[in-house]
Structure formats: structure tokens, C-alpha cells
Design a protein around this ligand. Structure first.
Ligand code: BGC
Length: 775
């Protein structure tokens, strides 16, 4: 765990330069706008340790997998989000010495991620080996107003010297991924052009043939006066640069403005990329840096209006929750049904930038409550569009009759992860995709979704489960063998309780959905039955039989369900008894030792109890919580939030808060010692859930919002905004009261601590203390 980020409510601040933490900071201070993003690499040369990262949503490369023995069914490739053209790069020479923080003396350093207004800033004072002292101030952002654009202002002040500054403004497409199975370069140059201050490079990805045209315009300003451009131009394969030498005196300030556009063939025809790029560059350069930045701040202001959470009395928690919300909106804005939320977003290469079950299980609730309905709907439609590939994927494994197995990891619907124990076995992801449909409809009331898209997906998923189970003569029950549950610290287990539960639930839900569509939209129903050649009698009878006879491992003496068959045969150890020097075990133990231990990577049984909490009485929940919590090591970022929500439900404020801090500051404090690879974007939605579903106890039941608020002792209050079925609400929870404001033109009925409450349009209600009646 690290503690080097200065606490501040709206900013992430690093003061003083520690090269050992630089890669962590490159992740923490990343910027993005849903269409592209970038790690907080330095603009100027840096010879220290760094992970260079510029990413463009939807642009990937199918890297050849590396496996020793190829077996039928293995995915063909492992998709990689691509490190793309670097447009921020500068080479600065002062009196002929290259400016490089790694080789000079850093006198002061401050890096700030301004989350309120959406930009990254850095101030550095350094002394070069030649004695020149200079100050660098840089500000850059990816515009959320025009999401194909970025801008950089880079200012150098000569503190103690007269002489020359040599500026080279670089557009560098000769880049690699650090994580490439065979060390390949993934881009080929298609086009380059350089005129005056403008440089344009079009690069094509190998194999996938995406074209991305990146353009920059560079302007130099000395002491507020634009300099005439006398750039010397340098052209190499996949690389363009313009350099100019400027004479300065002590006290002078030289500013370099760089405007950038990334135009991709995913959004424009290949023939037009250069033209669109030039037009976009002209627009942003005409607007100028200050105006672009103002637009950016205004746009972020609007985003915060619906998504902010205000925490009083705990600045660290306040900073953390905003950090989480900010990065989620930098990663996904919901404008494009083809895009999704990679576990690392645009902050690193790990997880390949692909889509995991994380989206459905964790991110959907966040976007449901903080964005227009269309945003979460688009996340669902993303999977609908991938249905044919999910069916193909299941066919490859031997399933038939339109059964679908969604990939564990995907870019375009195809499975693209190469660990067999994940791709073949971690089939619970199918359940999360069905659950997200249910969750979306429960929240929005948009049952048309079932008619238009949902049912087709549910039929295919149900067909998969119905073929994946088998009847056990010995148990006289249906069983599911050879799976990996959410707890990836066990592979190839039988009857993972969570998997059996979600499989059976999918079958029931698909049956309900069929009945609904048959009744409400008979024409659609008939067309779908024909399209899917659905045999209603035979198929639903089997589904029901499975639901009625599914096997669930349990231990009656302990009064708990069992994570899987044989879990109690393992040596039972408690995480609290493990010497912290072993943490994280996935970095310190052999995989064999991990698989044999009882330690649980992430919520598994508790994930199921979280999804279906109404099926369990409080005592059952408590027994299972106490048992599994003691054995869970939380080495998946997705874990602590589920534990936090359940602890809150059980009234255990202390543990709910502990887990909250762990999820909220996971990256800021580098809990799992892996922030340098990128941030845990999808688990950030879990942080939001810990506040709204955990502390505030928000649920939707029968079309109504319910709250059961609690307040962590350390906090004075917290408040958050919710969009719900056309209503805009603000909920504030303090020690003695909860206030709910209805900022809508209609009255809303909801429930607080089980009691109904009517809040008129444009008004608020106060509920005194948590147990008193509503007034
Ligand atoms: C977790 C998975 C998750 C993946 C991506 C893994 O470490 O165990 O549940 O889907 O990370 O976040």
C-alpha cells in the first residue's frame, strides 16, 4: 500500500517526484473521453521507467496466442488494445542538453488531475546538468465535447539562463505494445503528410486493418507573442517531427501548443480520414486552447450534476469516490453501441481493453442511475449484437441448437482470452449477461427491451445451460461439472454454488420472459420462435425440470451453502491469520499452492447472495457472510464492493466502511500492488455501488425505489444524485436525518426504511433519524 497522493476533494495531486512511483502515477493521472485515452506519460523525453500508452476505443489487434499444446476449442487469438500514435511527444533541448527528468535534478514537481474540469496539469522545476534551471508547466486533455480531439499547452520558462531552446514537436506512430506475445509491431504506415505546422499520419493495424489518422498542429508563442513558424521537418517511416530553435533570455516563457485529432475508420470512411482530420484540426486550432478548455470544464460540470457523490467529513473518501466516477466517465460515455468498458479502460494494456462480465455485473448499475437510460441500454445492445458470435462460440465447444456462450473476454463478440480454465470454464459470465437484462428492466421499467432484444438473448443463454448441466444418478439432481466460479483461485470445480444458482435463475427468467412476450407481443413472439426454431414444449419442460432439481452444495451443520463440492476438504485457514508478507498471494505463491488453499480471490457465494438477496433471510446471509468473508483475500478488485454492500445490509457499519475504503482507494493507495499496469476501471463502479446500494441501501422493488440509509461514523453526511424513470432525485444522509429532494415535475412515491413516502414535484422530504417515522 502506498500513501503519496495528497488528499484533496476535487483533485488528484502528486507532490515531489518519485521515479519509483512514476508508472503508478501514469495510470492514476490518465485522461480519456470515452473514445480515446492516454496514460499520464511525460511529453518530453523520459529515459526512466515508463509504460507508454495511447489508446483508441475499438481499435485492437488479434495477437497470436501462446500455448504449448493446442487443443480443440482454444481461442484463435488474444486481442490487444493497441498502443497508438503518440501525439504529445516533444523533445526539448536547452543549450543543447535534452530535458529529461530522469537525468536532471528535479527541484520541485507537482502533477494534478483536475477532475472537476477534466484536465491534467504538471509543474516541474528542474536543473539540467549544464546548470540551466527551467520551469515546465503542461496542461492537456481529451475533449469530451469533441471526442476525436485532444489539446496540449506546454510552457517552458527560462529561470536562470540566456541561450537557445530547441523544440521538436513529434508525431510518433512507431510504437509497440509492451504486452505483445511475439514482440510484433502492430501498425503499418498508410499515409503521411507534413505542411507548415501540421503533421498527419495514417496508420493501419496489421490483420484487423483499422485505419487511424492522427494529426497534430503545433504553434509556438514567446512571452505571449506568436512566433513565426520556421520549422525544420523530419520525416521517417511512421514518424513526423518539426523542430525549431528559439533564442531566449532569462525570464522568458516559451509556450508550445499542440492540437491533435484521432480519426478512425470505425467512424469515417477510409478515403476521407485525412480530410476529416484536417477539418477537425482546423476547428480546434481556430477555437484555441483557452476556449477548448472552457468548453471542457463546462461539459464536465454537466456530467458531475448527475453523477457526483458528496461526502462531508472525510476528504480521503470524497477524493476517492470522485476519482472513481471520473475515470468511469473518461472510459465510457454510452454514445456508441460498439464500445464497452475494458477493466483497465484507457489506462493500460492489461486485460487487452476487452469486455468482461464486469460490465454487466458492476458497471450497468452505475450507468443506470447516473446517465440517461440509453447509456445502459447501449451496453445491453452491445451484447445483443454479439449474439451470433456467442452462438458460434458455443458451437465450437460442441453445443448446438442456438445455445450461446458469451466470451469471457471479447472485442467483437469472439472469445479472445487464451487461458482454457477461463474460456471453457468461467461460464458464469453468461448469467451476468442475463442478469443485466433483468436489472435494466427492473430499474427502468423498459419491458419493451425484452420484446425487442432481450428474449432472443435469454433463449440462447437458457439453451446453453440446459445443455451444460447433466443429471447425476448418484445425487438424483442436475449438476454442473468442471467450472471456474467467480473465485478464480479454484479451477475445474464441480457444482460451484454461484454458477448453479445463476444457471437455474437464467432458466426461470427466460421462461418468464417467454410468457411475457407471448402475451404482450404475439407477433414478435411468433417471429422469434420461428427464427430460433424454438420448441416451446420440449425446451421449457426441460428448463423447468432443471430448475426444480438443481443441486446446490451446502453444509447443514454450519448452516452455509458451499462454494463448491469439497470446499470443506481444504485446510481451513483465515485470511487474518496469514502473515501480510504473503500479500498478494498471486504474486508470492505458486499457482499450485493457490489452487489448493481455501483462500478466495473474490466474492463468489456472496456474489450470488448479493444478486438474489431477497431469497435469503438475514441470519442465512450473516452466517454465509461471516464464513466466506474470513476466507476471502480480495485479490480481485471486484470483490470488496460486494462485501461492503452486504456488510451494510447486515448493519455492520464498521466492516462496510473498511471494504468501502478498500474499493474506493484501491488504485489511489495501490492496495494490490498493480496500479502501475493500469487502473481497475470496472471495479470503480463497485465503489459507487458501495455508497448507493451499500450505505444508502438503495434497491428497486416492484417498480419503486427503496432506501435504508446508514452513515459511516466518520462521515458527517453524504449525498448523491439518481436518475430513475424520468425522475431526478438527490438523497442526502446525515446522522440525524435523511433528506430526499425530488427535482422533477412529477410526484414520486418511494420507500425509506420500509415506509412509503410521497415526495411532491420540486420538493423534498426529511426523514428524522434512521428509525423514526417519516414526517
Ligand atoms: C477477475 C474477473 C474479472 C477480470 C477483469 C479478474 O481478476 O477475477 O472476475 O472479470 O479480472 O476485471
Amino acid at each position: 500500500m502506498k500513501d503519496y497522493i495528497t488528499t484533496d476533494e476535487w483533485n488528484i495531486i502528486e507532490e515531489g517526484f518519485n521515479p519509483d512511483y512514476h508508472k503508478i502515477s501514469e495510470s492514476l493521472f490518465s485522461i480519456g473521453n470515452g473514445r480515446m485515452g492516454q496514460r499520464a506519460n511525460f511529453e518530453e523525453t523520459y529515459s526512466g521507467k515508463t509504460l507508454q500508452g495511447n489508446y483508441i476505443a475499438g481499435i485492437y489487434y488479434p495477437d497470436k496466442t501462446r500455448v504449448g499444446w493446442w487443443k480443440n476449442g482454444y481461442p484463435e487469438y488474444f486481442a490487444k488494445v493497441l498502443n497508438a500514435c503518440n501525439w504529445i511527444a516533444l523533445e526539448i533541448k536547452v543549450n543543447n542538453e535534452i530535458v529529461d527528468l530522469s537525468t536532471s535534478e528535479v527541484l520541485s514537481f507537482k502533477r494534478i488531475l483536475n477532475m472537476k474540469e477534466g484536465y491534467l496539469e504538471r509543474e516541474t522545476l528542474l536543473r539540467l546538468n549544464n546548470g540551466c534551471v527551467l520551469e515546465i508547466k503542461s496542461t492537456r486533455f481529451y475533449s469530451i465535447v469533441d471526442d476525436e480531439c485532444g489539446a496540449l499547452k506546454y510552457q517552458i520558462t527560462a529561470k536562470n539562463f540566456d541561450g537557445i531552446i530547441h523544440v521538436k514537436s513529434i508525431l510518433d506512430g512507431d510504437v509497440k505494445n509492451q504486452d505483445a506475445n511475439y514482440g510484433d509491431k502492430f501498425w503499418t504506415q498508410v499515409y503521411q503528410e507534413q505542411i507548415k505546422q501540421q503533421a498527419i499520419l495514417t496508420l493501419r493495424t496489421n490483420k484487423t486493418e483499422f485505419d487511424v489518422c492522427t494529426g497534430i498542429e503545433t504553434y509556438l508563442v514567446l512571452n505571449g507573442k506568436a512566433l513565426e513558424n520556421t520549422f525544420e521537418q523530419i520525416q521517417k517511416e511512421k514518424y513526423l517531427a518539426s523542430s525549431q530553435t528559439i533564442t531566449v533570455k532569462a525570464g522568458d516563457q516559451l509556450s508550445v501548443f499542440k492540437y491533435a485529432a484521432n480519426i478512425s475508420s470505425e467512424n469515417h470512411s477510409k478515403e476521407n480520414l485525412v480530410e476529416v482530420c484536417k477539418r477537425t484540426l482546423k476547428n480546434i486550432a481556430d477555437k484555441g486552447f483557452a476556449k477548448l478548455l472552457k468548453e471542457q470544464a463546462d461539459a464536465w460540470g454537466l456530467k458531475w450534476k448527475t453523477s457526483d457523490i458528496l461526502i462531508k467529513g472525510d476528504a480521503k473518501a470524497q477524493q476517492a469516490i470522485r476519482f472513481n466516477i471520473y475515470h468511469l466517465y473518461q472510459t465510457y460515455t454510452g454514445k456508441d453501441v460498439r464500445l464497452n468498458i475494458g477493466p483497465k479502460g484507457f489506462t493500460g494494456e492489461k486485460y487487452g481493453g476487452s469486455t468482461y462480465w464486469d460490465t454487466e455485473a458492476y458497471c450497468v448499475p452505475f450507468y443506470l442511475s447516473t446517465a440517461e437510460q440509453e447509456v445502459s441500454r447501449n451496453l445491453l445492445i452491445y451484447r445483443y449484437r454479439h449474439l451470433p458470435k456467442a452462438i458460434e462460440n458455443a458451437e465450437k465447444l460442441g453445443f448446438k441448437n442456438g445455445a450461446a456462450l458469451y466470451p469471457m473476454v471479447t472485442m467483437n463478440g469472439e472469445e479472445c482470452h487464451n487461458e482454457w480454465e477461463i474460456t471453457f470454464e468461467e461460464i458464469h459470465r453468461n448469467g451476468a449477461i442475463a442478469y443485466a437484462i433483468f436489472n435494466y428492466i427492473r430499474y427502468t421499467g423498459d419491458k419493451d427491451y425484452l420484446v425487442d432484444y432481450g428474449l432472443e438473448v435469454l433463449i440462447a443463454i437458457a439453451r446453453f445451460w440446459s445443455q451444460r448441466v447433466n443429471w447425476s444418478e448418484q445425487k438424483k439432481r442436475f449438476v454442473i461439472l468442471g467450472v471456474t466460479g467467480p473465485n478464480e483461485y479454484e479451477n475445474n470445480v464441480n457444482n460451484n454454488w454461484y454458477t448453479n444458482l445463476i444457471a437455474s435463475w437464467c432458466l426461470s427468467y427466460a421462461t418468464e420472459a417467454l410468457a411475457y412476450v407471448e402475451e404482450k407481443a404475439p407477433h414478435v413472439y411468433s417471429a422469434l420462435i420461428a427464427k430460433t426454431t424454438f420448441d416451446k414444449i420440449t425446451e421449457t419442460v426441460r428448463w423447468n425440470e432443471i430448475v426444480e432439481n438443481m443441486y446446490y452444495p451446502e453444509d447443514k451443520d454450519l448452516g452455509i451453502v458451499l462454494q463448491q463440492d469439497g470446499y470443506l476438504d481444504k485446510e481451513q485457514m483465515m485470511v487474518r491469520d496469514l502473515d501480510p508478507k504473503h500479500y498478494p498471494i498471486h504474486q508470492n505463491w505458486s499457482w499450485d499452492r493457490i489452487l489448493r488453499s481455501c483462500f478466495i480471490k473474490q466474492a463468489d457465494v456472496l456474489q450470488g447472495m448479493y444478486f438474489f438477496e431477497d431469497n435469503y433471510d438475514e441470519e442465512t446471509l450473516r452466517r454465509n457472510f461471516d464464513f466466506y468473508e474470513a476466507r476471502t483475500i480480495h485479490e480481485s478488485s471486484l470483490s470488496p464492493c460486494v462485501h461492503s454492500i452486504l456488510a451494510a445490509k447486515l448493519g455492520d457499519e464498521k466492516r462496510a466502511y473498511e471494504f468501502y475504503l478498500r474499493t474506493a482507494r484501491l488504485d489511489l493507495d495501490d492496495y494490490n500492488n498493480d496500479t502501475q499496469d493500469g487502473l481497475h476501471i470496472t471495479s470503480m463502479a463497485g465503489t459507487w455501488m458501495s455508497v448507493v446500494e451499500g450505505f444508502a441501501g438503495m434497491r428497486v422493488r416492484d417498480g419503486y425505489l427503496h432506501f435504508k440509509p446508514m452513515l459511516p461514523e466518520k462521515w458527517e453526511s453524504y449525498s448523491f444524485n439518481i436518475l430513475f424513470r424520468g425522475f431526478k432525485l438527490n438523497v442526502k444522509v446525515a446522522h440525524d436525518y435523511t433528506i430526499i429532494q425530488n427535482h422533477s415535475i412529477e410526484n414520486i412515491k418511494l420507500f425509506v426504511n420500509g415506509s412509503p413516502l410521497l415526495i411532491k414535484a420540486e420538493s423534498e422530504k426529511e426523514i428524522l433519524s434512521l428509525k423514526k417515522e417519516c414526517i
